[in-house]
Ligand binder design. Structure first.
Ligand SMILES: [Zn+2]
Length: 628
């Protein structure tokens, strides 16, 4: 849709010439949009970027420059960048002799979601293009937190979230996963605060607030990341560690004590870790995602700090992206399952090494539950229930993705079961090695699979229903069966509870968070008030960690159980992870009085949410208004 629409929607651009108004210049043809980007990678692509940015907490803007080295393959006379709500002040060209001059450029009309193209006229000897710019308060890839929104309550905080198409709201860039570049950055922040990027990072606060970063491996724009706050570092091993606010950093270190072991398990599957250091930044609660695999520095929700180490497989997931996604990258967002499916599969293999097969299977079973919940919502026949999904110009943040994660994990597990673990692991290793720092399409993956696994034996290929897995909605009949004795135990306690056994009378000895999730997810709803009170008195779910509350609160809502509402409100006011708050708002929106109550809370909570979370909840609570 975008590809066709773009040509119609972008009008011929008025020419802006900063260098010369006197002589008549050739018009710059407005670029079309492909894969959510104005960039034309086959013609001219950025190979390296140097950023210089001032972080201004008073005005919530980043001001500075982004300077690009070019690979002008097609001897193009114009380069197109993506921008979203950026103020472009000036563009300068540098030739191969180091001479600089002002460039002729056009900032085109804005398209919904895509933003404006920045088209810069270049010359055959142009080596570098430097864009001077500032962000605006509208930057959807940046969140600015007040001190009250942090754990320490003393200092402001900011962080970026670039995937899928938000990097362009804080750096002008060729914002497509098809282009990779190395980068350096100079970042200037108020004294006392620490700046971190998806790059080589400091361990201590710089007294003058000046930080220098370098990312030596080429990365796509969606892996650009910056965070600034009152942050400290703790090592967890020779090449792993955690960053967080002082109030949180030691708890985070305890929770993530297994990072080094996780890395060893991941390397056994994917080959040597190619990014040097691996650290985790545990962010304040408003972070909209579970984790974001920014290279060298995973950004993570504080929800993982559950106190029982039971939610750390989320970090195994982000670490696994160091191979699937960051090293071998989906060429377009339609191929997102190649990023997320392989990552979910490797995550479960890491879980298996560290915590046993049963733990990995329990994670898979919780994942399948999430998948079913999503598929019930969108309809099981939806094309979004296939692995390969046509995004068709939809907001990438709103496209259902459980197939890309959990169905793809089942698919890859089926492949492992069919080929045998030894053969499959050999294939995986070879797949990562031979496509390192490259992009991958679904078509290319299938070709590679056929060439390297099936040697053109199409009968065997067909017998595994691979095309059905990839292109058809639903779960094919050869899906692996997943079961867990520990979950069987939990299910017995659910049955006992249903038969009237009191909460205290249940055998819940030794349960960790994921077992409580299983229990609470499968309780009948609505329960009578007395039974909810009995459960809450026995286990204090109203004050449990966020993951347990996410499974508990639907019962509170279904029964309209008043004593649970203060905890419900507190949850919605303090947690910003989209996957955690959106289903709760959806449950509330099922009844008119629930919707009214939810809108009241949301009015207060919304300013504290990340724009990605806001967009998702706006659609739930105000479906009649189209998201902007
Ligand atoms: Zn992921």
């Amino acid at each position: 849709m975008i590809r066709n629409a773009a040509a119609i929607l972008v009008p011929v651009l008025a020419l802006v010439s900063l260098s010369s108004c006197a002589k008549k210049e050739a018009a710059i043809t407005p670029p079309t949009v492909e894969n959510y980007s104005y960039a034309k990678p086959a013609e001219v692509a950025v190979s390296h970027m140097d950023i210089d940015l001032d972080v201004d907490f008073d005005n919530h803007v980043l001001t500075g420059s982004a300077s690009f080295l070019l690979d002008n393959k097609a001897k193009s006379n114009v380069i197109h960048f993506d921008t979203w709500a950026l103020n472009i002040r000036d563009v300068v060209l540098e030739d191969d002799q180091g001479n600089e001059k002002k460039a002729r450029f056009v900032v085109g009309d804005s398209l919904e979601l895509i933003g404006r193209p920045l088209s810069v006229v270049i010359e055959p000897n142009t080596r570098r293009v430097t864009v001077h710019y500032r962000t605006t308060a509208a930057a959807r890839g940046v969140q600015w937190l007040t001190p009250e929104q942090t754990a320490g309550k003393q200092h402001p905080y900011m962080y970026t979230q670039s995937e899928a198409i938000h990097a362009r709201s804080w750096v002008p860039c060729q914002d497509t996963p098809a282009i990779r570049f190395t980068y350096t950055a100079n970042v200037h922040v108020p004294g006392g605060l620490m700046a971190l990027m998806s790059a080589e990072n400091p361990r201590a606060v710089a007294a003058d607030g000046n930080y220098r970063f370098e990312m030596k491996q080429p990365v796509p724009s969606y892996l650009l990341a910056l965070a600034v706050g009152n942050i400290q570092y703790r090592a967890t091993g020779p090449r792993t560690g955690v960053y967080s606010e002082p109030e949180m950093v030691d708890k985070a270190k305890w929770e993530l004590a297994d990072l080094e072991k996780m890395m060893e398990a991941a390397e056994k599957l994917g080959g040597p870790y190619r990014w040097g250091q691996y650290d985790v930044l545990v962010l304040p609660p408003s972070f909209p995602l579970g984790g974001m695999e920014n290279p060298r520095l995973t950004f993570a929700t504080p929800i993982i700090v559950a106190g029982d180490r039971s939610l750390v497989s989320l970090i195994a997931h982000e670490m696994a992206h160091s191979w699937s996604g960051n090293l071998v990258t989906n060429a377009t967002w339609n191929d997102f399952w190649l990023n997320e499916g392989f990552t979910t599969y490797v995550e479960r293999r890491i879980d298996e090494v560290l915590y046993g097969r049963e733990y990995a299977d329990m994670q898979t079973m919780l994942g399948i539950r999430d998948l079913n919940e999503e598929w019930d919502e969108i309809g099981k026949d939806s094309q979004d229930c296939a692995l390969y999904t046509e995004y068709n110009g939809r907001n990438p943040d709103e496209v259902p993705t459980m197939a890309a994660y959990e169905k793809a994990n089942l698919f890859l597990t089926m492949m492992e079961d069919s080929l045998g673990r030894g053969n499959w692991d050999k294939f995986l290793r070879q797949y990562f090695d031979s496509h390192a720092f490259q992009t991958m399409t679904t078509k290319h993956f299938i070709r590679y699979l056929k060439d390297n696994v099936f040697a053109e034996d199409s009968t065997r290929y067909d017998a595994l229903k691979i095309d059905e897995w990839i292109y058809k909605p639903g779960i094919p009949s050869n899906a692996p069966r997943v079961a867990s004795k520990r979950f069987d135990q939990v299910d017995m306690q659910i049955a006992a509870f249903k038969q009237g056994v009191s909460a205290k009378g249940l055998n819940t000895k030794g349960w960790v968070t994921i077992e409580w999730q299983r229990f609470l997810d499968n309780l009948p709803r609505p329960l009578p008030a007395a039974r909810l009170q009995d459960l809450d008195t026995a286990y204090d779910f109203s004050h449990a960690n966020a993951a347990i509350q996410r499974s508990w609160l639907p019962s509170v809502i279904a029964a309209k159980w008043e004593p649970g509402y203060p905890a419900l409100e507190n949850y919605l006011m303090t947690i910003g992870r989209r996957f955690f708050v959106r289903p709760i708002y959806m449950d509330l929106a099922k009844t008119p009085e629930g919707l009214e109550w939810a809108r009241g809370v949301y009015k207060k909570a919304r300013p504290g949410y990340h724009p990605m979370t806001q967009t998702g909840i706006d659609l739930v609570l105000y479906p009649e208004k189209k998201a902007e």
